[in-house]
Design a protein around this ligand. Sequence first.
Ligand code: URA
Length: 184
Amino acid sequence: IQSLDWAGLEATVSACTRCALHATRKQTVFGVGDRRARWMFIGEAPGADEDRLGEPFVGRAGQLLNAMLFAIGLKREEVYIANVLKCRPPGNRDPQPDEVEQCEPYLIRQIELIQPRLIVALGRHAAHSLLKTEVPLGKLRGQRLSYHGTPLIVTYHPAYLLRNPADKRKVWDDLCLARSVVQN
Ligand code: URA
């Protein structure tokens, strides 16, 4: 995986059977956006809409992600968006550790190919999977962390924000921190 180019990586992901999720997916959800982006956003796993359409963050959470991007002056097409898992967990259950372990090399290769200036981890599951920690999200926010050498910051998942709109303020703060990391 670590030597694949974009075409090879995409083909390998779409044929992947490394974990049990391949049996229940409609299709894999590789990632979307500018392959030379400065910003990379990483969510947890595809949901039903993403499984159907083959693109990350296309449901309601995706609409809110687009609005979050717009708020800091970014267009969806100029960032790169992916998930820790490339296949939908049935019934949107939480990702399991073995699924993350099998799928993570794909994400690491995507990051190597993109070389973003910053990764924004969206939500608790993405943050915990990437950082190998169980520290609560509220404690991980507001810090400049790192993932395989790339600066990483953590913020709330847009699906969480749909249920807790009062926390949009905190996400704004996180995105301002993110912008300062990208600009330096
Ligand atoms: N939630 C995620 O974490 N990723 C998606 O692609 C959609 C919803």
